[in-house]
Write a protein that binds this ligand. Sequence first.
Ligand SMILES: NC(=O)c1ccc[n+]([C@@H]2O[C@H](COP(=O)([O-])OP(=O)(O)OC[C@H]3O[C@@H](n4cnc5c(N)ncnc54)[C@H](OP(=O)(O)O)[C@@H]3O)[C@@H](O)[C@H]2O)c1
Length: 209
Amino acid sequence: MTCRSSCIPPEQLCCSPAGLRPATPSSGLSHPSLPETAKEVTLLVNNAGISTGARLSTGDLAEIRREMGTHFWGTLEVIRAFAPILARGGGGAIVNVLSALSWFASPGAGSYAAAKAAEWNMTNGVRLELAGQGTLVQGVFLGAADTDIAAGYDGPKIDPREVPRRSMDGLLDDRIEVVVDEWSAMVKESLSQDPAPFYARMTDLLGAS
Ligand SMILES: NC(=O)c1ccc[n+]([C@@H]2O[C@H](COP(=O)([O-])OP(=O)(O)OC[C@H]3O[C@@H](n4cnc5c(N)ncnc54)[C@H](OP(=O)(O)O)[C@@H]3O)[C@@H](O)[C@H]2O)c1
C-alpha cells in the first residue's frame, strides 16, 4: 500500500475536529458543517481519550460506559463518518492513538484498559475493511506521556511530541503499527509468554488493585 502522508498539507490534517464529541455509546455523530469542513481530509487522527479510574468490578457502570464510549464507540463513529471522505481523496490514512494498556490491565485502569483493548482490535478490523479503498489504518502504542490524562501517574513519562513524530515517520513507511516507547515494547513482548510472571512483575512495579 502506498501511503500518501508525505503529500498531506498541514491544513488538511484532521485531529479531534472541533465540535465533534461522539463520546457516549448512544450519541450518533452529527455535526452540521462536517461535509463542508471535511471535504479534503486525507489524514484522520483519533486522539481523544479519558481515564475515569472506575473499577470494573465495583465502579460506576455509567463511568465504564463513558470510557468505552469515548475510546471505542466515539473513535468508530468518527471513522465511519470520515471513511467515505478519505476514500474520495484516494484513501489517505487513519491514526488511532492506542496504549500499552490495550495489551494489559493495570491497577486503577481496568476500565480504561478494556476500552483501549476494544479500540485496538477495532483498529485491526477497520484496517481490513478499509484496505480496499486504499486507507492505511495505523495503531500507535505508548506507555505514559506527560499530559493531563497521566497527571496522577508518578512513573517515567515520554515527551508527548514523540508520539506524532513517530506516527508520522511510520506513515511515511506505510507502517500499520507504531510502538513508541520501551514500556509498550516490553508489554507487547510479554503477550507471547505466560501472563502469570508478567502480572506478578507488574504488581511489583505498579502495586495491587
Ligand atoms: N498520556 C498518556 O500517558 C497516554 C498513554 C497511552 C495512551 N494515551 C492516549 O493518548 C490519547 C491522547 O491523550 P492525552 O495524553 O493527550 O490526554 P489529555 O491531555 O487528557 O487529552 C485528551 C484529549 O481528549 C479530548 N477528549 C476527551 N473526550 C473527548 C470526546 N468525547 N470528544 C472529543 N475529544 C475528547 C480532550 O478534550 P477536552 O479537554 O476538550 O475534553 C483532550 O483534548 C488518548 O487516546 C489516550 O488514551 C495517552
